[in-house]
Write a protein that binds this ligand. Structure first.
Ligand SMILES: [Zn+2]
Length: 146
């Protein structure tokens, strides 16, 4: 199993306990609030993220322009952790990969560390700690997000 699959497996343990959104507008409101937070504004120039649900295919993040990204969600992905995962793509500026090798590289140690930071600020420190424990148990490489 590669880093990306180990990272997905780590998230999957926590998706159920953390929970799903009641509606697309509820998820969008959570994202809109997060993008106004000081922490996000310090680390990203992106000010608008449009959620598209359900997506035609797999979940993914697409850059519209410097300040605006779109996130497409698959049917089972409208939950806090999947949204945090895609917001991490926005944060590190890595859009939907087109080859398996690129997709693997996109979920490298820098991405995993950035995801821990996003989860901490988007969901909470307790969940971020649990995800880090899963990363360590599954040997997901991660570097602290500066
Ligand atoms: Zn991803």
């Amino acid at each position: 199993m590669g880093q990306r699959d180990r990272l997905y497996a780590s998230e999957n343990v926590l998706i159920g306990p953390v929970g799903f959104y009641a509606s697309v507008p509820a998820a969008q409101a959570h994202v809109d609030h997060f993008l106004r937070r000081t922490w996000w504004r310090k680390h990203s120039p992106v000010r608008f993220v449009t959620l598209q649900y359900p997506a035609k295919g797999m979940s993914g993040a697409t850059r519209v322009d410097e300040k605006h990204w779109q996130i497409d969600f698959g049917y089972t992905s409208l939950n806090d952790l999947s949204v945090a995962h895609e917001l991490t793509h926005v944060l590190v500026g890595v859009t939907r990969a087109t080859t398996p090798a690129a997709h693997e590289r996109d979920h490298n140690a820098r991405f995993a560390g950035a995801e821990l930071a996003v989860v901490k600020h988007f969901i909470g420190a307790w969940v971020s700690e649990r995800l880090r424990e899963q990363f360590d148990a599954n040997e997901v490489k991660w570097t602290p997000f500066e």
